[in-house]
Ligand binder design. Structure first.
Ligand SMILES: Cc1cc2nc3c(=O)[nH]c(=O)nc-3n(C[C@H](O)[C@H](O)[C@H](O)COP(=O)(O)OP(=O)(O)OC[C@H]3O[C@@H](n4cnc5c(N)ncnc54)[C@H](O)[C@@H]3O)c2cc1C
Length: 383
């Protein structure tokens, strides 16, 4: 019986699934087993839509259909947590399995704090996440930096710090650092993110630390809860998955990569927040003056849930027929999410006026954390 805290290499025993999966296929196999064994009634995962820039969330109840979801879509910027509430009436009382990146996991935890989901009914299979690339940026980046027609790209992956594409006629990799210096690469909220291994999920799965003959063929699994340990043990007992203890050198490498990603996150926080410091209020005022009151920042936020409708009602801050939105509308929203913003970036990603809302709310949240947790050090605005 696997135990909480253990780290393993795991891989599917299904050869067809292994071909489609990102590395070992453990994530898909575990979710399939969860459905087959009726541990869960439905799974929320992601599948490829019209092309590899189009990540589509799906609810799956047939285990076989999960094979369609195997593989990682690095241009998939959707947040899965809010979908749980959107589908809640349909899923009420049901057990759900979910694939969660760090932001998805934090979103689910915020919903749980607000008693909108019951964590006892959710199995979270976490995937490590170094960050995702916005589909629009990805298309521009592939055209400008790779000199390739984005429509000709058949596969993308992020490996050893490079964003690699395969296309008709070849493949090409460019370092993510170089891309980001040129203004491309990961979304800015992902650059600042420091939740790279989702340890509050039941299992945290990734490719960091898989070395030797298992490199590229196994999933690195860290068991984070008893629920995760039980699911994995049962899937192994049912001969769906094979496992072996993670190579100690691989564990060391994974920890080093995580540490390096932490430092990179700090670097980007310093870069983004310091630039904002002397002009925070002026920048918020200028940028939000483009707001057209579509409210998508509210609708997709996993924190603005209980008050979402109230926020939109006519008030001192919401004057019907008046554009742009009153600045107090944004200030009130920032205040509301100040100590809970999870930096998922949805508000910014979906804003049709391209207002850098996630930057503002993440800066405010980070500052709040510093006030209450002195060990976090000096202010991003002053050091
Ligand atoms: C955007 C992104 C960045 C990642 N970055 C890293 C990293 O830096 N280091 C690391 O160790 N691992 C990273 N991973 C995880 C890694 O790519 C594999 O998902 C993981 O190792 C599990 O492999 P597997 O073969 O078991 O997964 P599979 O069996 O292939 O299953 C993959 C699952 O991921 C889901 N999925 C695919 N795209 C998305 C998406 N955009 N959002 C949410 N779910 C999605 C699918 O629904 C599927 O269920 C990242 C994954 C994603 C999605």
């Amino acid at each position: 019986m696997a135990k909480k805290g253990e780290m393993l290499y795991a891989w599917t025993n299904d050869a067809n699934l292994a071909k489609k999966a990102e590395c070992g296929g453990a994530v898909t196999e575990l979710l399939k087993y969860a459905l087959e064994s009726k541990t869960v009634d439905a799974v929320i995962a992601v599948t490829r839509g019209v092309d590899l820039y189009d990540a589509v969330p799906v609810i799956v109840t047939d285990p076989k259909a999960l094979d369609q979801c195997a593989g990682s879509l690095h241009c998939g910027t959707i947040l899965l947590s809010k979908l749980v509430t959107e589908y809640a009436p349909k899923l009420a009382g049901k057990k759900i399995g979910m694939v969660v990146k760090g932001c998805d996991m934090m979103g689910v935890l915020e919903l749980a704090k607000r008693k909108l989901v019951n964590l006892d009914n959710i199995v979270m299979i976490g995937v490590n996440c170094g960050g995702s690339v916005s589909p629009v940026t990805a298309r521009r980046m592939i055209t400008d930096k790779y000199g390739v027609d984005p429509n000709k790209v058949t596969k993308e992956e992020i490996d050893k710090g490079q964003f690699i594409i395969e296309y008709e006629g070849g493949h090409k990799g460019i370092s993510v650092d170089e891309l980001e210096e040129a203004g491309y690469g990961r979304r800015s909220n992902c650059r600042r993110c420091k939740v790279k291994i989702p340890r509050q999920a039941d299992l945290a799965c990734g490719n960091w630390g898989v070395i030797g003959d298992k490199a590229g063929k196994a999933t690195f699994v860290e068991i984070c809860s008893e629920k995760g340990a039980t699911l994995l043990s049962k899937a192994v007992a049912a001969k769906k998955l094979s496992t072996e203890p993670a190579n100690p050198k691989g564990i060391e490498i994974r920890a080093k990569v995580e540490g390096a990603m932490y430092k990179l996150g700090d670097k980007w926080r310093k870069h983004d927040f310091e630039a904002l410091a002397p002009v925070l209020w002026e920048t918020i005022a200028k940028e939000t003056s483009r707001c057209m009151k579509c409210y998508s920042c509210i609708d997709k936020c996993p924190v603005c849930v209980t008050l979402a409708d109230k926020f939109k009602q006519p008030s001192l801050m919401i004057r019907p027929g008046v554009l742009p939105a009153d600045q107090m509308f944004h200030l009130r929203r920032f205040a509301h999410i100040a100590d809970s913003c999870i930096n998922c970036g949805q508000c910014e990603e979906l804003c049709p006026s391209e207002i850098p809302l996630a930057l503002f709310s993440h800066a405010i949240r980070t500052e709040e954390d510093r006030l209450f947790e002195p060990k976090l050090g000096k202010s991003a605005y002053t050091n």
